[in-house]
Design a protein around this ligand. Structure first.
Ligand SMILES: *Cc1c(COP(=O)(O)O)cnc(C)c1O
Length: 423
């Protein structure tokens, strides 16, 4: 008998392109079909056929307390009772702005938006409007949402012309984006030597987590900061994934480098659609209505979304969540390292984020990550899935731990991954 998930996917494919509302959900990279979720709680998701999985995707990052935490559900329920959207200021917007400015070291002013994509898009427009320049630098393998200017991942050594990764991105726009290898400061210096006076901003995931997960080498982010300062270029940290996850103030709190602008999302919405961008007051004041850079949103600052995000952040602070996540991450890492010892695999972890690459290390940029044995990853993914552990359906996505994971869940996962690697 066909599963309920299969029936739903067949129906979905007739009415939704590819059957999904965001491409990675379609399982194309690993093969097979996605399952449909009926409900989720703690670290577990349950599909419409009644099968349960220990989940390491956590709705791609937001579910840092685990799924359906009571405090967040209650906050949304309470906010909903007062109205769903006003389109005129509400007090939660002030509380959220003050919370973000208190937690994130470089942020003096902040605006709420509805997704990470909107946050990075607005950072880019603001950087261009503030500097009066058009070019931007990004890094290969970094994902900043589906913003036209950022869907560019030029081939090796392409310091000259950007190339669209997506059909529909005008070549003229892509040509303004230079994509460089991560952790290669010389390449950035060379780009500045060519075009320094035209570069509005560098945008970077300080810990790239969209080609698996690799870390900045000592001096790399500091070097970007220095090059930006020397050329009056803005430094934008895309902390949509790392913000409020690696530390209350994101990776910038841990590394000490202060960007000019920061894009935020995911955790800050507590599972509802939210993003934010903020930074230096003199830059942010270039936004309308005070300044010439237009940016707006009918649902921006939505009371339900802000109530959810604030409740999640309060609970994280109350429980010393970041320390607990580090302890959990360390236990998870110890188990994985034992399991993979002697195999040609590379495991990376920072805090509650991780990735297991099916290649020998080191992995320090996209080119290294692409050496992974994807067929081996796919076999591993499906063996884990069959046994009830759900990792992201691609070698090039990070995994997430949450406060919903327990030592028992990690032990169970370890038994399953160990068996999956034998197959
Ligand atoms: C997820 C993500 C985005 C895009 O956020 P959406 O809410 O999906 O638009 C941008 N940047 C990074 C680093 C992300 O991980």
């Amino acid at each position: 008998m066909p599963s309920r998930s299969h029936e739903l996917f067949e129906a979905a494919k007739r009415r939704i392109p590819g059957g999904v509302n965001s491409p990675v959900r379609a399982f194309r990279s690993v093969g097979g079909e996605p399952f449909f979720i009926e409900s989720a709680s703690g670290c577990r998701v349950r599909d419409v056929d009644g099968k349960e999985y220990i989940d390491y995707v956590g709705t791609w990052g937001p579910a840092i307390l685990g799924h359906a935490p009571a405090v967040v559900i209650e906050a949304v329920r309470e906010a909903a009772g007062c109205g769903l959207s006003f389109g005129i200021p509400n007090p939660l917007e002030v509380e959220m702005a003050e919370t973000i400015c208190r937690l994130v070291p470089s942020v003096e002013r902040v605006r709420m938006v509805n997704s990470g994509t909107e946050a990075t898009m607005s950072c880019i427009r603001l950087a261009r409007g503030f500097t009066g320049r058009d070019r931007i630098i990004k890094f290969e393998g970094c994902y900043h949402g589906h913003v036209d200017s950022l869907l560019v991942k030029a081939g090796s050594g392409a310091l000259t012309h950007g190339r669209p990764d997506s059909a529909g991105v005008p070549a003229a726009l892509a040509a303004l984006t230079v994509a460089l290898p991560f952790n290669d400061l010389d390449a950035v210096a060379a780009a500045f030597a060519r075009d320094g006076r035209e570069i509005a901003a560098i945008i970077v995931e300080p810990v790239p987590a969209n080609a698996g997960l690799y870390l900045p080498e000592p001096g790399f982010l500091e070097g970007l900061r220095a090059l930006c300062d020397a050329h009056d270029t803005l430094l934008i940290f895309d902390e949509v994934m790392t913000g409020f996850r690696l530390a209350p103030g994101g990776y910038q709190e841990l590394c000490g480098v202060r960007p000019d602008l920061t894009a935020l999302g995911k955790v800050i919405g507590g599972g509802l659609p939210v993003g934010a961008f903020g930074g230096r007051a003199d830059i942010m004041d270039h936004l309308s209505p005070d300044g010439p850079v237009y940016q707006a949103g009918t649902l921006s600052g939505n009371p339900l979304a802000l109530a959810a995000g604030l409740a999640q952040l309060r609970e994280l602070e109350r429980r010393d969540g970041w320390e607990a996540l580090e302890a959990l991450g360390a236990a998870f890492e110890a188990a994985v390292r034992e399991t993979i010892s002697g195999r040609p695999l590379t495991f990376h972890r920072i805090g509650s984020m991780f990735c297991l690459y099916f290649t020998e290390g080191p992995v320090r940029n996209l080119a290294d990550a692409l050496r992974s044995d994807r067929a081996a990853f796919n076999r591993y993914f499906h063996a884990c899935l069959d046994a009830g552990v759900y990792f992201a359906p691609s070698q090039f996505e990070a995994g997430f731990l949450s406060l919903g994971h327990t030592a028992d869940d990690i032990a169970a996962t370890n038994r399953i991954t160990r068996a999956a690697l034998q197959e």
